[in-house]
Design a protein around this ligand. Structure first.
Ligand code: G3P
Ligand code: CA
Length: 338
């Protein structure tokens, strides 16, 4: 009886969603990062083969102004920089990508993310690809675009890219205009209109305003922009009743932390769906929350399992797409619900 009831609930929410499953998208978060080390070309190729609609790149800049694909502005969580350059950390003990040339970064070994516990390297997600196995590199943004566009050509697909400008204020303090460099790279690779398959994202509203009002016009292009929204108080105004309409002057979509869509205090059968998606849609904004993971402890208690979580967010909360480390599961889920 309970199974029948949940089946009915799934069917009802799919039918009452304003969008069909075919219109909803899967964004491969740092690639197929649940299976291969994040932001390696291997993880991106796997995400492509799994049928993701968009593949994410976090972008930071090197000392010699190259754009690389790396989540952190530091290299020490995902590479062996500390082994190869033990004397190049800043006073805080961290190894900043911006202090290294591309040639130096190309020589690093990339791996599954880890943290130091009592001097030991401990893998962040223990069920994922074994840290230190095989051989991976930190790619440039250009190499990754070329690979995705190359795969689009060889497979006949049209998979998009979803770059995030990482810590633009930090880059400016270091004398680097990363946003202009990213926009120029996008233009070089023919991402120039809102019809092209790119979303450019940032957590910084100040930077979003600069991109929209100065950098895109200077490059004479106009692409989709996404404002990321975290849980910090600096984002509080975006969650007020008029926050989405204010954002819509600059953005085409939002990327909220998923707890801003369905409250973490929700319980089984009693979801607290916030007003965020409804307000965003009313303002004409798409909603792509992050990050959906199926590692132990990563599925919130209000969901029975990962697919239940997808159903709740895609169809009950009605998001337009979502960032996941496991794009194959989201692709299969949407296919099964068409
Ligand atoms: O950009 C969406 C999501 O990736 C934001 O979180 O920290 O993984 O970049 P983060
Ligand atoms: Ca990101």
């Amino acid at each position: 009886m309970r199974k029948l009831l949940s089946l009915f609930l799934v069917l009802f929410s799919v039918m009452s969603s304003t969008q069909s499953a075919a219109d909803k998208i899967v964004i491969a978060h740092r690639g197929a990062s649940g299976y291969l080390p994040e932001h390696t070309l291997e993880a991106k190729a796997m995400a492509f083969a799994m049928g993701a609609d968009y593949i994410e790149q976090d972008v930071v800049m090197t000392k010699d102004d190259h754009l690389i694909v790396l989540h952190d502005i530091t290299l020490d969580r995902t590479t062996d920089v500390a082994d190869q350059y033990p004397n190049r950390a800043r006073d805080n003990g961290r190894y900043y990508a911006i202090d290294f040339t591309l040639e130096e970064i190309r020589g690093l070994n990339a791996s599954e993310g880890f943290r130091l516990i009592d001097g030991e390297r401990v893998q962040g997600y223990e069920n994922r690809f074994p840290m230190g196995s095989s051989s991976f590199r930190v790619p440039t943004f250009e190499e990754e675009i070329q690979m995705i566009q190359g795969l689009n050509k060889s497979t006949g697909n049209d998979i998009g890219i979803y770059p995030e400008i990482k810590q633009p204020e930090f880059h400016r303090e270091e004398g680097k205009d990363i946003s202009t460099a990213v926009v120029n790279m996008l233009k070089d690779y023919s991402y120039t209109t809102k019809e092209d398959k790119v979303f450019l994202q940032t957590f910084s509203f100040a930077e979003l305003e600069i991109i929209k009002s100065e950098i895109l016009p200077a490059a004479a292009i106009d692409i989709n922009l996404v404002q990321l929204i975290g849980g910090e108080s600096s984002y509080a105004w975006m969650l007020e009743a008029d926050g989405m309409s204010k954002l819509a002057e600059f953005a085409d979509g939002i990327g909220p932390e998923k707890g801003l869509v369905i409250e973490r205090s929700s319980t089984r059968g009693n979801l607290n769906i916030t007003a965020l998606v409804e307000r965003a849609h009313a303002a004409g904004l798409q909603v792509h929350p992050y990050t959906y993971r199926l590692d132990p402890g990563q599925v919130p208690d209000y969901a029975e399992d990962f697919e239940d979580l997808l159903q709740q967010h895609y169809f009950e909360a009605d998001v337009d797409g979502l960032f996941t480390d496991f794009p194959d599961r989201a692709v299969k889920f949407l296919q099964a619900n068409q």
